[in-house]
Write a protein that binds this ligand. Structure first.
Ligand SMILES: [Zn+2]
Length: 265
């Protein structure tokens, strides 16, 4: 494996938090995390991690398990792929005839959606996309992990199950009380259905625009060992464990990502 050939070590989030807390070196250490709790983590991911002996964390959004999830990012992706141009209810239009335009349109409309009031998101989306015939229940039967699959994964020494809230709402549209409720509800559902406590957290939509210092403080008071954002960056000596940066890995960029880890030393 390319990473191991270059002296990289794969460690768990518990090992990371212990090393950082004890001011140990985390040089060339890699922590693998997967967000949301998609079923393919169980089907494709887990067997591969087992084969390669790589520890990993799945941050589970429990509404994806329970059902009733509004997979608006999947719905948006589908819409962008199907259409050559998207016109929102307010007249704003987004060209999406080429691959590049589709990628840009997805990101631009995503920003619009993230600013909608989260408590009435479905109504907001229905208004925004009134020109389109959309199945808002899309994905609920096939995309999320089941409780049985999480129970199985939680028994594997390599797997850590983390908290990713119940509803996966952007914090920007929620009050402090609503945020706490969303996180605690996910914790109690996990405890009731799988019998485990979750010590690690990932912000839904964790980029800088969606996570404030205030949110970080709030999560800290809920007692998590670590919390992860999607801010691009590497973990080093002195990194705040409650505001962990990450590197987004794709099929195309994985080698560059490992090279960044190697050069960080
Ligand atoms: Zn997520």
């Amino acid at each position: 494996m390319y990473a191991r050939k270059h002296d990289c070590t794969f460690i768990s989030l518990d090992e990371l938090s212990e090393s950082i807390s004890k001011k140990k070196n985390v040089r060339r250490c890699i922590v693998v995390t997967l967000d949301d709790g998609y079923r393919d983590n169980y089907i494709n991911g887990a067997p591969l991690f087992r084969k390669l002996n790589v520890p990993y964390t799945i941050y589970v959004c429990t509404k994806m398990v329970k059902g009733g999830m509004l997979y608006w990012w999947e719905i948006l992706e589908k819409l962008v792929l199907e259409q050559d141009k998207i016109v929102l209810a307010d007249g704003r239009s987004f060209n999406c005839s080429t691959k590049e335009e589709k990628e840009q349109a997805f990101l631009d409309i995503r920003e619009v959606i993230l600013k909608l009031p989260q408590s009435s998101l479905l109504e907001g989306l229905k208004t925004l996309f009134k020109n389109y015939d959309i199945n808002y229940g899309y994905g609920n039967d096939e995309l999320g992990l089941t409780w049985e699959q999480i129970r199985e994964l939680s028994k594997e020494p390599l797997c850590t199950i983390g908290n990713h809230t119940y509803s996966h709402s952007a914090f920007t549209g929620l009050t402090d009380e609503e945020i706490k409720k969303d996180i605690n509800y996910a914790a109690s559902e996990m405890k009731n259905n799988v019998g485990i406590d979750m010590h690690h957290f990932a912000f839904p939509f964790g980029e800088a625009t969606a996570v404030s210092k205030h949110d970080v403080e709030l999560v800290k008071h809920l007692g998590f060992k670590t919390s992860a954002t999607t801010n691009d960056g590497l973990i080093c000596y002195g990194t705040n464990l409650l505001e962990l940066p990450r590197l987004f890995v794709t099929e195309k960029n994985w080698k560059n990502v490992i090279d960044r880890v190697i050069k960080n030393c």
